[in-house]
Design a protein around this ligand. Structure first.
Ligand code: SF4
Length: 247
């Protein structure tokens, strides 16, 4: 709610306000938000096997209930999604995470903090034993920004898909673009292929659609979550178009 955050990083305040409930937000912490674990139903239900909870036991979600789970970057071992909204905004803002542990301090881009599942889905982040998140650092804003989230109900629900975008336009062309998706992968998904298409291109809906399609070409939906691809496409094109119109 800080006026500086609202004016300089609207994508961040919008993402935070779209998450959880007021009661939860008011007791939450930045580090806790980054480190929250997946809401995959099998991970939460200890009567089921789950590679993330008990490595080597299997992933029933792959052939089971996976409507809310990943379409990008998943593996044979885990198809979970990361639940944070805030982290998606931070990914688009090029935030950096500062850590402190037994071997001293280190700093890394937020986009390198969360892992894809690979064959170690039990490990959500690169945090080492004994390390703490001490700070999240934001660079100066590189453009106007916005967050949009689609979910099953109007509040207090995790994203089916979400998008965080930062856009700067000069002379009708994209000067800076950063795009990240939530609800689609095991970590906030920074859309580098889309950004490549956007850089220097005309800031119009045709470009935005082409860029988002370039990113989502990598999607590998499961049996019941293919709807997330056009949903994410629509969100991203709309957010970029709105930002361009406001530039
Ligand atoms: S998707 Fe991941 S968290 Fe869910 S059951 Fe499979 S291994 Fe467990």
């Amino acid at each position: 709610a800080h006026p500086l955050v609202r004016t300089r990083y609207p994508v961040l305040s919008q993402a935070l306000l779209s998450g959880a409930s007021p009661q939860l937000r008011n007791v939450a912490t930045t580090g806790g938000n980054l480190l929250q674990r997946t809401r995959c139903p099998y991970f939460q239900d200890v009567s089921h096997p789950c590679n993330k909870r008990e490595p080597g036991t299997g992933c029933p979600a792959r052939d089971g209930v996976h409507r809310d789970l990943a379409v990008l970057g998943h593996s044979a071992h885990c198809v979970a999604t990361h639940p944070s909204d805030m982290a998606v905004a931070l990914a688009a803002l090029d935030a950096r995470v500062r850590l402190l542990g037994p071997d001293g301090a280190r700093e890394l881009p937020l986009t390198d903090f969360h892992r894809l599942p690979g064959d170690r889905p039990e490990q959500d982040t690169v945090l080492r034993p004994g390390e703490l998140v001490t700070e999240v650092v934001l660079p100066p804003p590189a453009g106007t920004s916005a967050y949009r989230k689609a979910r099953d109900r109007a509040s207090y629900a995790f994203a089916l898909a979400s998008v965080a975008a930062v856009l700067a336009v000069a002379d009708g062309r994209v000067r800076h673009a950063a795009l990240a998706f939530g609800g689609l992968a095991h970590r906030p998904w920074r859309a580098r292929a889309a950004e490549e298409v956007l850089r220097g291109a005309p800031a119009d809906e045709e470009t935005f659609a082409r860029a988002v399609d370039a990113e989502l070409a990598a999607a590998r939906p499961l049996r019941d979550n293919g709807f997330k691809v056009p949903l994410a496409r629509g969100l991203a094109v709309r957010v970029l178009t709105d930002l361009a119109a406001a530039s």
